[in-house]
Design a protein around this ligand. Structure first.
Ligand code: TTP
Ligand code: MG
Length: 380
């Protein structure tokens, strides 16, 4: 595309292509949801987190969706919030708890894709490029992620699925709470058209004011302007918005924007303070560790290829032996078989010399929807 009287191409080849599917997850009313989980009697009530419940001083960190109906929002002075809703309950924040919940959730999300970008205490981007092949699979994965988060922490989240980070973030907000919104490349223009221009991250109150002055209230208004007018009025930042509302891919999803947070391994160990005398007993405890690990991996929908046996002797010398199998597995038999084989290498050791035994699985990956479908097909 050529800008009038300008020989430089405005839309590059890359901006015409959408190669990735980005998932953006944002927890719903995060601090409030955690407090409601801890005190179920607060469920369904307008509540505020932050400030001092006695003096009613401070600002609102967040509030329940019931409180939002009264116009209360983050950053508002509590005194003002109480005027808007006199019966609102003020709950003091429990910060240590929020970061613990956040860490657990980010760990769960890390199982889904190694390409993850945590952008806040309750928000994360995932690049699903290597994980799914279309939006249908991405949707299944998103529902699984929502279920996993709820099963683990009993709080809900909203998810946006779209071809780039900006759109995924915007999408996550439109069906909150507990929402899932998908915006496919050909839907971008219609999806954005009715939304306020300020929905686009980076468009603050000041720039919104200047856009409004030119009659631009919605993304659709911006789209209807000629490109030359946009560039003349707002330069590069205007051009970026114009490309976005016209459905071009304004963002390059390069790897370096995502850090790799692989779930590297799952392990379990047993220490014997009283020496065991028989191999049968060593095997009994090893078997218990195997069951624990396999069931944990199955719950997380993980597969693995490497199985490691760890033995610490009474002398505190520690030995590890690993076995990598050709295909990914997630069944107890494969782990048992590998551990038995590795254990044979210690047949000359006296069981009473063993202080600790452990099992670890590594070389882990999440089972994708497609792989599960294939497995179901072959197991029929
Ligand atoms: P947000 O994700 O912005 O808000 P939220 O999760 O409470 O609600 P939503 O359903 O709209 O996503 O922020 C996450 C947490 O960060 C929020 O629960 C509390 C904290 N926070 C503050 O402490 N102060 C603030 O001004 C904001 C915006 C958030
Ligand atoms: Mg949130």
């Amino acid at each position: 595309m050529i800008l009038e009287n300008n020989p430089i191409p405005i839309v590059t080849e890359k901006e015409l292509n959408f190669n990735s599917i980005i998932l953006y997850m944002d927890l719903d009313a995060f601090f409030a949801s955690v407090e409601i989980r801890e005190q179920p009697k607060l469920k369904g009530l307008p509540i505020i987190i932050g400030g001092d419940p006695i003096t009613k001083r401070g600002v609102v960190s967040t509030c329940s969706y019931e409180a939002r109906k009264f116009g209360i929002h983050s950053g508002m002075p509590i005194s003002q919030a109480v005027k808007l809703c006199p019966e609102v309950r003020i709950v003091k924040s429990t910060h240590g708890l929020y970061s613990k919940v956040s860490k657990n959730i980010m760990k769960i999300i890390g199982y889904y894709s190694p390409k993850i970008k945590v952008s806040g205490v309750d928000e994360t981007y995932l690049d699903l490029f290597d994980i799914v092949s279309d939006y249908e699979e991405a949707e299944k994965l998103a529902y699984e992620l929502k279920d996993d988060i709820y099963a683990s922490e009993k709080i809900t989240c909203s998810i946006g699925l779209a071809p780039n980070k900006i759109l995924a973030k915007i999408a996550s907000g439109v069906d909150k709470p507990d929402g899932l919104k998908i915006v496919k490349p050909f839907e971008i223009v219609d999806f954005l058209a009715p939304l306020k221009i300020s929905i686009i991250p980076g468009v603050g109150k000041k720039s919104e004011f200047f856009f409004n002055k030119e009659g631009v209230y919605t993304c659709g208004d911006m789209r209807s302007l000629s490109l030359s007018k946009v560039v003349h009025n707002w330069g590069k930042s205007g051009l970026r918005l114009w490309k976005l509302v016209n459905g071009y891919n304004t963002e390059e999803m390069s790897d370096d924007k995502f850090s790799r947070r692989d779930c590297k391994s799952i392990s379990d160990e047993r220490t014997f303070f009283n020496p065991l005398t028989k191999w049968k007993d060593v095997w009994y405890y090893l078997n218990d560790s195997i069951k624990t690990i396999v069931s944990s991996a199955q719950k997380k929908n993980m597969q693995y290829r490497t199985i490691t046996l760890k033995i610490r002797f009474r002398s505190f010398k520690t030995d590890t032996r690993s076995h990598t199998i050709p295909c990914y597995c997630n069944d107890e038999r494969s782990v048992s078989y590998a551990i038995k084989k590795l254990l044979l290498e210690y047949k000359d050791v006296k069981p009473s010399d063993i202080r600790l035994i452990g099992v670890k699985i590594s070389n882990i990956r999440k089972i994708t929807c497609e792989q599960r479908t294939l497995e179901k097909f072959f197991n029929k």
